[in-house]
Design a protein around this ligand. Structure first.
Ligand code: ADE
Ligand code: ZN
Length: 353
């Protein structure tokens, strides 16, 4: 069934073309690392622009380095690739390229992670990074009508002192950053290592989120710390929570959102975790679908919806629920949230949903 032939009542959802429905549904992306949107062709272009000599000379050669099967082996490819990002224009072009793709994928609002320490640690000033990213956000809003915010992530495998110094460095740009998160290698780096950093970020008015990656040593304890000790507003990934009915109840009661990334899961754990995501969805936990590091995992947000829907035999109502969850847990103003939800409802009404 196409949009034109849908009727507002009595629609047989089994006739809906799910790919077309997924392509068109207004989306909100809450888990994408800007540095993970660096496509091989842009990497080669930025290297040439900055006089950096890479071993790889073609897109195929860059892609041939993408041999990862765990979080650690992914990160070992991800961090060195970022060295081609040097000037504010580079950061602007990276983020604008992502926002252009996202807009064409039906994304209406996005909250994007960035890793300042991966740049300041190699001598690129914080101001260079954030001014480039900010320019992309302003340009994309004006040219593409997409809204975007930045979430500053701390690298959990580095020290809490470096994270605190980075938090302090961010304060002059407070209005350009909506929240803080925690990413990188989780092993032996639990949320509580950064308790003082999160507490200070909260006092400064930032929203809080935290990666609890899939199937980590101590996943459940790290989820517990994020929820109970740190008091996060969202959890990134975090589907291991299904192992603890008590934590699930707590997350439900507090309306905590989970930013799931099915295709990424299938790379770092060889399992999309579709069963866990759908179990939580059916239990009315606010799970969402996102792309994580789309240039590396080969799927932007629509591709992630399609992959999950295919694996778990989801129908349009499930897809609609996942899309709605994201607008509901996004760090939007009440007015912006209402406007996006109305856009979503208008779209769904065209399908009789
Ligand atoms: N940095 C970029 N992608 C990440 C992920 N999936 N987990 C932890 N850190 C990351
Ligand atoms: Zn992530």
């Amino acid at each position: 069934m196409t949009i034109d032939s849908a009727t507002a009542t009595g629609t047989d959802v089994s006739t809906i073309d799910l790919d077309e429905f997924i392509a068109g549904i207004p989306k909100c992306e809450l888990h994408v690392h800007l540095e993970g949107t660096l496509e091989p062709d842009l990497k080669l272009e930025l290297a040439a622009r900055n006089g950096i000599v890479l071993k790889e000379k073609t897109v195929a050669e860059v892609e041939a380095t993408y041999g990862f099967d765990s979080l650690a082996s992914f990160l070992a490819v991800y961090y060195p690739a970022m060295h081609v990002l040097v000037t504010a224009d580079d950061f602007r072009d990276l983020a604008f390229a992502y926002l252009t793709k996202a807009a064409s994928d039906g994304v209406r609002h996005v909250e994007m992670f960035f890793d300042p320490q991966a740049h300041t640690g190699r001598g690129v000033p914080f101001a260079t990074v954030i001014s480039g990213y900010r320019r992309a956000i302003v340009d994309a809003h004006a040219q593409l009508g997409i809204s975007a915010e930045l979430i500053m992530c701390f690298l959990r495998d580095l020290s809490a002192e470096f994270a605190m110094a980075t938090l302090m460095e961010s304060l002059p740009y407070r209005d350009w950053i909506i929240g803080v998160g925690l990413d990188s290698d989780e092993r032996d780096n639990p949320p509580n290592k950064f308790a003082a950093v999160f507490a200070r970020a909260r006092r400064e008015g930032y929203q809080l989120t935290c990666h609890c990656d899939i199937d980590q040593v101590g996943s459940i304890e790290n989820i517990r710390q994020a929820l109970e000790d740190i008091g996060v507003d969202r959890i990134d990934h975090g589907t291991n929570i299904v192992e603890s009915p008590q934590l699930v109840q707590d997350a439900k009661r507090r309306g905590i959102g989970f930013t799931c990334c099915p295709v990424s899961n299938s790379f770092v754990t060889s399992d999309m975790k579709a069963t866990e995501i759908v179990t939580l969805l059916r239990d009315d936990v606010k799970v969402t679908v996102n792309s994580d590091d789309p240039a590396y995992f080969g799927a932007y947000i629509a591709g992630n919806f399609a992959a999950l829907a295919g694996r778990a035999s989801l129908g349009p109502e499930d897809v609609a629920r996942l899309a709605r969850n994201a607008f509901e847990i996004a760090w939007l103003t009440p007015r912006a949230r209402a406007a996006y939800l109305e856009e979503l409802d208008t779209y769904l009404a065209r399908y009789g949903l």
